[in-house]
Write a protein that binds this ligand. Structure first.
Ligand code: NAD
Length: 495
């Protein structure tokens, strides 16, 4: 009579079956050497075939852990191949995925949703940013290498749901990590579809699934579980004040790409037409959803009216005082209780077209108008609130000093982004020093700060309070040093 197997026997049998399946696995995947068996206990279930989509945080982290270990064995070439698929899909499927993101989130502009995917696919920093350092001296050699952390927990915003995941995935995988994403609930479907496509293609070529894992039904609880999970070695959050605060309070090392409220100063030495074109290009992009986008403008009195005329010439539509008041009363609302009571942008207007805002202001504009603007006092809530909609308040200031001071106050010490239009080096320097921002753009649109029409590279995770700046693969690494004493150096050493 046969006896029922006890639990330890069952796990022995499962291990044996998995070992046999591994032994019977194909000798290579697309010419790559077969994977050696994973050392230590083998998880009885396999996550291969899930293509990164998970309901449970624990499963997502375990699947990403396994993917990380497998990636380690494929070296830099494996990382390069995985990233090439993420880039290719972001570019080739940009219209389809961008349209999906636009339809799901219902914010921003379709053309820019598509363009953001293409730009991130083409230009997100990849393996070319990886390097190592060598110190060679009388006592031998020290090599410093930039090693992966392992599984990274990422929180992404609704403003660029899939583009943020694309950029994060390229940079995190370039440095050898895997990632579990808790996307914004309002952009979860396009996030899941992008992640599924990335993983499927990567798995097909290099045999690794779930390098990018994603929580399909994200909530604040799943975000908290991801922050706390023992398998998550590093956190990277991209979002507003609440998530930035939560990450800063977490016990894990966090890279925090927090909120901004970028001010612009225009002084009497500025090229006003160029300033106007720049402000429209930056502030109207994706209906002002970018964290770096121009949010309020401080203009010195002597050129204030000329600057307003330049804005009109460049294609923006001016609201009068009554229209500004009508828009303000609808687009900015109160939230919170007691000490926490403050004003925020009304969800109904975030990322909407200028024509919709104009209607709320009691007027109409042509459909091709991308940006509304109007004179306000410094006390108008559009000045301190990160509006994320295509209306920009213009505040008249006595001189450049007052403009810089007011710009500083309106930025709230986020130290995110600031812009100046000026040819006075002292004003530029004064503003740069006082605001102390991560990005400081002179005489161009805010987007130039991310290498779009300016120099430098792009990422949609700009780490502000934690100081890493525009993130690259090296942001997601830990330094390891290997020292060889008294040997290897080919130059003569003291005897
Ligand atoms: P949001 O703060 O509402 O949400 C961002 C993410 O954080 C979402 O996934 C959300 O679900 C999550 N979240 C919110 N509160 C949380 C909490 N307490 N614990 C854990 N997770 C939490 O922001 P949004 O509307 O999606 O995006 C716009 C904001 O993000 C703006 O403030 C913008 O400046 C900022 N942003 C910053 C960067 C940057 O690189 N610094 C880039 C893009 C957006």
């Amino acid at each position: 009579m046969s006896q029922a197997a006890c639990p330890s026997e069952i796990s022995d049998i499962v291990r044996q079956v998995i070992a046999e399946l591994r032994a019977a696995a194909p000798a290579s995947v697309n010419g790559l050497p077969p994977l050696a068996p994973i050392a230590g206990p083998v998880a009885p279930e396999s996550f291969v075939g899930r293509h990164g989509i998970f309901d449970s945080v624990d499963e997502a982290v375990r699947a990403a852990e396994e993917a990380f270990l497998r990636l380690e064995r494929l070296g830099m070439e494996g990382r390069r191949k995985a990233i090439a698929h993420i880039r290719r899909i972001s570019i080739e499927d940009a219209v389809e995925l961008g349209t999906m993101e636009f339809n799901e989130t219902k914010i921003g502009r379709l053309a820019h949703k598509i363009e953001k995917l293409k730009i991130l696919g083409e230009r997100a920093p990849g393996v070319e940013f990886m390097r190592s350092e060598v110190f060679s001296g009388d006592h031998g050699l020290a090599v410093i290498e930039y090693a992966p952390f392992g599984v990274i927990g990422a929180i992404t915003p609704v403003t660029h749901s899939l583009p943020t995941i694309t950029g994060n995935a390229v940079s995190m995988i370039a440095s050898g990590n895997s990632v579990v994403v808790n996307p914004h609930p309002s952009g979860k479907l396009v996030a899941a579809e992008g992640v599924r496509r990335f993983n499927q293609a990567i798995h097909r070529e290099i045999g690794i699934d779930n390098l990018i894992s994603l929580i399909a039904e994200p909530t604040l609880d799943t975000a908290a579980a991801l922050f706390k999970h023992r398998g998550v070695k590093l956190i990277c959050v991209t979002g507003g004040p609440a998530v930035a605060r939560a990450a800063m309070e977490s016990s894990k090392r966090a890279i925090v790409a927090g909120p901004g409220n970028p001010p612009v100063v225009v002084d009497e030495t500025a090229d006003l037409d160029r300033a106007a074109r720049s402000i429209i290009a930056g502030a109207a992009y994706d209906n002002n959803l970018l964290c770096i986008a121009e949010k309020q403008v401080f203009v010195v009195e002597s050129v204030f009216e000329k600057m307003m005329e330049a804005m009109g010439r460049a294609g923006a539509a001016r609201l009068n005082a009554q229209q500004v008041d009508a828009l303000t009363s609808k687009a900015i609302v109160w939230t919170g209780e007691g000490h926490h009571r403050h004003q925020v942008a009304c969800k109904d207007f975030i990322g909407q077209d200028a024509a919709i805002l104009a209607r709320a202001a009691g007027t109409g504009v042509r459909d091709d108008v991308e940006l509304l603007f109007g004179e306000t006092s410094v006390d108008n809530p559009f000045v301190p609130v990160e509006q994320m909609m295509p209306f920009v308040p213009f505040v008249r200031c006595r001189d450049a000093d007052e403009a810089i001071q007011r710009a500083h106050q309106s930025e709230h010490g986020f130290r995110h982004t600031a812009i100046i239009h000026s040819h006075d080096v002292r004003n530029m320097t004064k503003m740069g020093r006082l605001l102390d921002t991560t990005l400081f753009v002179k005489n161009g649109p805010s987007t130039a700060g991310l290498g779009l029409g300016g120099e430098g590279y792009i990422s949609f995770s700009i780490a502000t309070p934690t100081g890493e700046g525009v993130t690259t693969p090296l942001t997601f690494t830990r330094q390891r040093r290997c020292t060889l004493v008294d040997d290897l150096r080919i130059l003569g050493s003291p005897q």
